[in-house]
Design a protein around this ligand. Sequence first.
Ligand SMILES: [Zn+2]
Length: 480
Amino acid sequence: MSVEESLKPLFSAITELKPSFIDRLSQAVSIPSVSSDESLRPKVFEMAEFLKSQLITLGAEDIQMRDLGIQPPPVVDPKLQLPPIVLARFGQDPAKKTILVYGHYDVQPASIEDGWATEPFTLVQKDDKLIGRGSTDDKGPVIGWLNSIEAHRKVGLELPVNLVCCFEGMEESGSLGLEELVAQESDKYFKGVDAVCISDNYWLGTKKPVLTYGLRGCNYYQITVSGANADLHSGVFGGIIHEPMTDLFKVMSQLVDVKGNILIPGVNEMVAPVTAAEDKLYDPIEFSAEELSQAAGADTGYFDDKKDILQHRWRFPSLSLHGIEGAFSGAGAKTVIPAKVVGKFSIRTVPDMDSDKLDQFVFDFVKAKFAELGTKNKLNVELIHGGAYWVSDPFNDNFTAAANATKLVWGVDPDLTREGGSIPITLTFEQELKTGVVLLPMGRGDDGAHSINEKLDVPNYIEGVKTLSAYLHYYAAGAK
Ligand SMILES: [Zn+2]
């Protein structure tokens, strides 16, 4: 029997189970599992228990609630427990391939005062939208995997692969403890994993499904310029001393030009050239400059052309100036000369930039520009956070299975996209498990993942369950 034939009864079951799937998501959304709010930590634990009980009901084996210990500072409660990583398996047949699915059960904060039209922790169905915190990020996809299992059970269809679930509760707060757990379990719980599927990103727009094969990395720097040992009055000291803020402005203004070009020598030279084949991948992508203006809330883009916009978002590095610590930033006309200011900026990185080399180029450039000032102030420049970029072959077995699944359910070939931001765990899974990762999103680009009125469209939820299910079957068939 072809994959398509065997999926027919499964898809019918998924359609029939829609009310129960919406109810399951509604139960999940009703638990305010906000990981960044210490007072809501018990709710994050409650959400983990909810998943556990669902997993038991659905026949999971080897369910483990992995304790990650106490949350490191800064915390208000020094004994604050990290929520567990929930591990579970469905099947351990050595004859089958094994897929690991990752998702997170914690959510961003939300309260009606922020401007929500409805109570954020009550799933509300309005027209064809399911509105509520976590509906799309990431409870919809996590519950989506459970729904897929329920549908398989209902029609008596065996899962075509061994499924390993890894659901974490700290994703919105830096994924504390996850990297260590993945490394620790690579040869244990995660042994034999053939491929990883993460459903925690979005379509680019609202109409066409996508698969995502690349993410930019991010190196975050700070430049400290210090002079006097206390803030001074400009009426007394203005005009007779070297001012740290003036020095910092001079240096920071030379990092990037007003068209977004990075001015640090050596940086652009490390970027891998766009090949003709790669350039072609951008042709079918549904996107317009208007969508960018809409998303930005203003018509302030550098580019009008679709390819220029997307390649500069996904494929080329960018440098952004973020802020100055220690500077006067209040209202009014305070005449202070800040004694010490810390400028913050970051560079979004892409293949084949070498992170260590990049740091060295940045340090050398900043020091050289500072030396040119002939100032008597002191300078320090350092990397304060680094995360690597990720890019995958979008035509490997894992992506092909996801593309076939998307085509079957949505009737179109998915756009192959990248993202300008980072999902650090993607690279961790790839490196630690030595396997490929596909980012297979469920929701649309306008879902409002971290903002008010977060939603998931009902078709994305239900067809999304079909897509995730079909992906498993295509992967199993292709891997034979
Ligand atoms: Zn997420």
